[in-house]
Design a protein around this ligand. Structure first.
Ligand code: PGA
Length: 253
């Protein structure tokens, strides 16, 4: 059994003061849970540096919400994985808001994943189906396709730096989480795919659930089969809610 991983994704929220306050609280929660759960936060780009300084010495891990698809050069507004690697230990890649709002294709997600690997970052690859895809019985096929295209050409040695986050699009920011059974069914499918792809080494890859996870459902998700942690949006903007989710991971572990 792997140590559960709880990751906060603050998206484009927080002032600097709020970010520092949330980061301090998350660092305290991470230290309390040390050994039983791992905890990470993904602040907006501009807060990554001050927040990193604030939590240095704690077991809290700082990550990025995204990285550029290119290694460097004339890409106005982009931040490269290599720049991020000075401050972050991991990055999200392929979040559904990047895919749907910013038009990121599977190919762009694949490029970003490879830039992150090259820069030495760990990667949380986000996958998930839309409401329409679920209703028409295509959830499994869509998620497997997203995995397949992003992981194409990935070396076995990378598995220890890889995490998958299953985040059904219809559950993100809606207050309507997947049921534990539905989440578990999909994370199990992902786990089987990883086992086929990477062999026994695929067991190192954690599979998280994300989508309206909160302090009322976190313990049940964490107890569900093949759910190795949570990616948390809205609920991570409350220091106490996020801390109690981390605590539920510590207790469940
Ligand atoms: P949510 O977001 O917890 O607000 O649903 C999750 C995510 O986007 O990672």
């Amino acid at each position: 059994m792997t140590t559960p991983l709880i990751v906060a994704n603050w998206k484009m929220n927080t002032s600097l003061d709020q970010a520092i306050m949330l980061a301090r609280a998350a660092a305290e929660a991470a230290d309390r849970a040390e050994g039983a759960a791992e905890v990470g936060i993904c602040p907006p780009y501009t807060w990554i540096v001050p927040v990193s300084g604030e939590v240095r010495g704690s077991s809290l891990r700082v990550g990025s919400q995204d990285c550029a698809a290119h290694a460097g050069g004339a890409y106005t507004g982009d931040i490269s994985a290599k720049m991020l690697a000075s401050w972050c230990s991991f990055t999200l890649v392929g979040h559904s808001e990047r895919r749907s709002i910013h038009g990121e294709t599977d190919e762009i997600v694949r490029q970003k994943l490879h830039r992150a690997i090259d820069a030495g970052l760990e990667v949380i690859l986000c996958v998930g189906e839309s409401a329409d895809e679920r209703e028409t019985g295509r959830a499994g096929a869509v998620v497997l396709h997203q995995l397949d295209s992003a992981l194409d050409g990935t070396a076995l040695s990378f598995t220890k730096r890889l995490t998958i986050a299953y985040e059904p699009v219809w559950a993100i920011g809606t207050g309507v989480a997947a049921t534990e059974d539905d989440a578990s069914q999909m994370t199990t499918l992902i786990r089987q795919d990883l086992d086929t792809r990477f062999g026994s080494i695929g067991e190192q890859v954690r599979v998280l659930y994300g989508g309206s996870a909160n302090d009322r459902n976190s313990a049940e998700f964490l107890a569900a089969n093949n759910v190795d942690g949570l990616l948390v949006g809205s609920a991570s903007l409350s220091a106490t809610t996020f801390a109690s989710m981390v605590e539920s991971a510590r207790v469940t572990a």
